[in-house]
Design a protein. Sequence first.
Lengths: 114, 114
Amino acid sequence: MNILNDDGIQGAFRALADPTRREILVYLSKEDMTIGDVAGHFAITRAAVKKHLTILEAGDLITVHPRGRERVNRLRPEGLKTATDWLDYFQQFWDQRLDALKTAAEAEERKNND
Amino acid sequence: MNILNDDGIQGAFRALADPTRREILVYLSKEDMTIGDVAGHFAITRAAVKKHLTILEAGDLITVHPRGRERVNRLRPEGLKTATDWLDYFQQFWDQRLDALKTAAEAEERKNND
DNA sequence: TTGACATGATACCTTTTGGTATTATACATA
DNA sequence: TATGTATAATACCAAAAGGTATCATGTCAA
């Protein structure tokens, strides 16, 4: 239970919950981008993009690097790993239980399909 | 971009965004539970738990099986795999780019730390 | 210095979300 | 059948989320 309550997980999953933010991560996976660059790919205002980037930064999924009057947003793979690690906890006993769960579920189905 | 826009991803990540729901998933990973069972572990009402379970079901993270007057909630590992697969897309080029990103980032740091 | 431009910061609006309270329905059992 | 129990379904509320509009700030360049 301690492993699962690590701090940072909430920020990461919160940031990942929005489709626009996930799409931003895809863009940033290919190249670093300024706010303007990112906003160019969406039909929302720069201010809205900025909010998304702030949430992504708060979730440690990106880092922001001032460069002159611009701010370059860069993917932070380690942050995404936080979410991956949490889900991997489940994978551990999927491997153990997946078959058992499946057969048990199917047996239940047959039993309950009256 | 198509792989990443698969349907179901939004439901899964939306469901995972709430800490109570993630904790419910941990409980369900150990044993199937009725709504009452789950509610027994939290300080919120049954109705609130029911809402969380509805969202988890909508995200295909659990399945619900009526058994008499009870409803048994069961983890659905395949649903969690939806989120894992999406994150794995990033892992692919972490492996390719992680070192490059790190060294590039450190170089940027040095360049920008005036 | 002055102007253009990229971003930051608020204020405000609407929708969604997490929660409670309440009432209704279904079912096991005495 | 009557009754207690498990869940369903609403209605409602407060807070958070996603968005726009607006104005301030900082920086590059002429």
